[in-house]
Design a protein around this ligand. Sequence first.
Ligand SMILES: [Zn+2]
Length: 361
Amino acid sequence: MGVRVRIPVPLQKLTGNQTEVECEGKDIRDLIENLDKKYPGIKERLCEENGSLRRFINFFVNEQDIRFLQGDKTELKDGDEVSIIPAIAGGIDFSEEQIERYSRQIILPEVGGAGQKKILEARVLIIGCGGLGSPCAYYLASAGVGHIGLVDSDRVELNNLQRQILHFTSDVGKLKVESAKEKLNSLNPDVEITTYPLRITSENIMDIIKDYDIIVDGSDNFPTRYLVNDACVIAGKPFSHAGILKFEGQAITIVPHEGPCYRCLFPEPPPPGMVPSCQEAGILGAVAGILGMVQATEVLKYILGKGELLNGKLLIFNALDMSFRRVNIQRNANCQICGDNPTIRELIDYEEFCQLRSAGK
Ligand SMILES: [Zn+2]
């Protein structure tokens, strides 16, 4: 048994396309010598002529950057895992700053250089910069999502700050999209942000979502929920849905026609007044945070094409007993929007739709 070495794409020619090899070595320097015996030419790709490590290549031992250990004298033991991360991976040139900034996720085999490139090229629209949208946007920006669109017509209020973590006390009165953009840009200048300080409607939604790969629904009312669902199903855009109330949350990821949509789950909205809003019933800020982060995680998994999405599965979280449950949701063949014979073929008036249901009861 020796050390497991993860080989980056540019060096896989030398290892016969192996992405991972076993090798021996008492430290990094010794490991490189032994790698070169097995795979001639690898040393000159990793080291300068004077033997020092090339500065555009980073080594991690068990996820620790060797620059913060003992450099090329970092000792190795059986079972250690060494990742070699060059500045050029998956066909993209990363700057040194990007390599450093994203190093902890680039070393994940599910991300790697190719995955980081996908993240940097991704376009995500977040509807609502509140309790769900704030934490979600924060983690997407920190991961390096290249383009984030923010939709919200509201201004920051003092009572928002308990959960809407992108907004600070000094932002009260400011447009939420502006406040959010400032924080996200200051967190990660790689991210390009487009703001939409407007209320999303049947008239404007199709034109906005067309520019994005995936949508995050962080809205706080039923008309917008159904509007986002129907628009995304019509446009064939995947979206992440989450809802929160008091100590509970729900999340589901909708990939139109590959699983159920929000209408398959709830064909009709509850009558107004039946389900209280967070404004009426309250919400623990941390619960909003957990669900917003579930949404961010789903978006990153979708971008990377890794793991299993909450597609056809409703996640139900209860903070009081700290339980996460998942229930299976089927696509409804009679669904009005994604069923076999859809009756909704264009967007309707969703305020009226949600009101009408109540009048009919
Ligand atoms: Zn449906």
